[in-house]
Design a protein around this ligand. Sequence first.
Ligand code: NAD
Ligand code: ZN
Length: 457
Amino acid sequence: MAAHALDRHLVLVGFMGAGKSTLGPLVAERLGRSFVSVDEVVEKRAGESVAEIFERHGEAEFRQREEEAAADVLARKPLGVVELGGGALGSGRTRAALAANAFTVHLETSPDEAWERVAGSGRPLARDSDAFRVLFEERRPLYESADASATDLDGVVLAAGGVRFASHRELDATAVIADIHVAEVHGIDAARTVPRGEAAKTLAEAERLWRGLRVDRTATLGAIGGGSTTDLVGFVAATYLRGIDWVAVPSTLVGQVDAAIGGKVGIDLPEGKNLVGAFHWPKRTVIDTTLLETLPEEERRNGLAEVVKTGLLLGEPLWELGTYAQVRTCAAYKAGICLRDPFDRGDRAQLNLGHTFAHALEAASGYTLSHGRAVALGLLAACRLSDLDDEARVVESVLAPAPVAVDRDAAWAALQRDKKAVEGKIHLVVLEMPGRPALTSEVEPARIREALDALIA
Ligand SMILES: NC(=O)c1ccc[n+]([C@@H]2O[C@H](COP(=O)([O-])OP(=O)(O)OC[C@H]3O[C@@H](n4cnc5c(N)ncnc54)[C@H](O)[C@@H]3O)[C@@H](O)[C@H]2O)c1
Ligand SMILES: [Zn+2]
């Protein structure tokens, strides 16, 4: 079974009336792909509507044409988001093409809900309520064999990214590698443990895992811990035997809303953080928000800064939601952006909102400043430079970013060295309005320096 839609067509299947044609274009927009309806391809080729084809040529002829169209669409590049009619899964040829080229998501619905949506629509198979329900039950097993299921837009995007909300006990891996503290606190039976936090992201730890692993190319590594553990284990999986599968089980808020999604993995060098790494998408990310119950307050605040960042990028007050809804929305947002830009060449840059300032302050503090506090300050500067006073106040009230005592010139030098500074111009993510991020190099350096200085005590 396919694990995610990173390198496959995303195909929405499900009964008529499940909402495939409404959600499909929205999913396509989130993933930066085009939307294709197989029914529409059939109609265009025939110059007749589906109802007309049924009427004039019969269902068998329609199925034949549908099968042809599905095979053509699934053989196409670039990858798309594809809507497949309710009955298409009845074809063995179509099922084989799906298994080879697609990640299928079953858009779930109930017979009542579906009937309510399609009754009176004139669809050939939706004219009689009883027959409709019989067909629903007949087809149910076909849909249930899809790679994943979902009921809403975020659900489809999460499924496409291989992200699943489930108990961490459901982790299915050849060897589980866990943050030693998380393993102790949650009674996890790990094959190997790694040191807590950032201390795990070293060449020595990577080497210890490489040399200690007794697995072959079919193995799946499991990683349970925060971003430090998942970055390390993902990197080891990316490199061991030239790449084996891995599953991420993030145990921090940072991990669940950010680090364990998107396939960036790596370790630190004495010269700097994240200097060695790879893009290696986890086969699955299992999110279990109950793991967060033991998270220390300081770590929770690190994650909350990323939640506020995502809320500003989305233009939604995510900070007002409960933990589960916060995590789900942020994880779906990150999964969508990363599917759109898996190798960080475009849209993914917007995830750096506030981070140019944050990285400068972290560097100037000699990396004693927590990432959450640095991001909180960075978001404040980003809102101010975007002339968004209300949002700046939100950042202040939700994250209470206290100015930090670092050397001003050192912070400024670090900001100019930031990897986003190209040809002497400082590239910054700003917000044209909440929900509309933009990358710009037009902000005057003097204004940037002033915004940075305002963050320093
Ligand atoms: N790959 C990416 O896209 C990405 C994105 C963001 C951050 N990161 C990386 O993530 C790292 C930071 O990760 P982090 O903030 O998730 O934390 P972490 O992994 O560094 O862990 C922080 C601390 O929390 C403890 N901890 C973890 N889970 C716990 C739990 N459930 N209960 C109690 N204690 C727990 C750990 O033992 C550790 O002491 C950084 O190295 C950063 O570079 C990567
Ligand atoms: Zn961050």
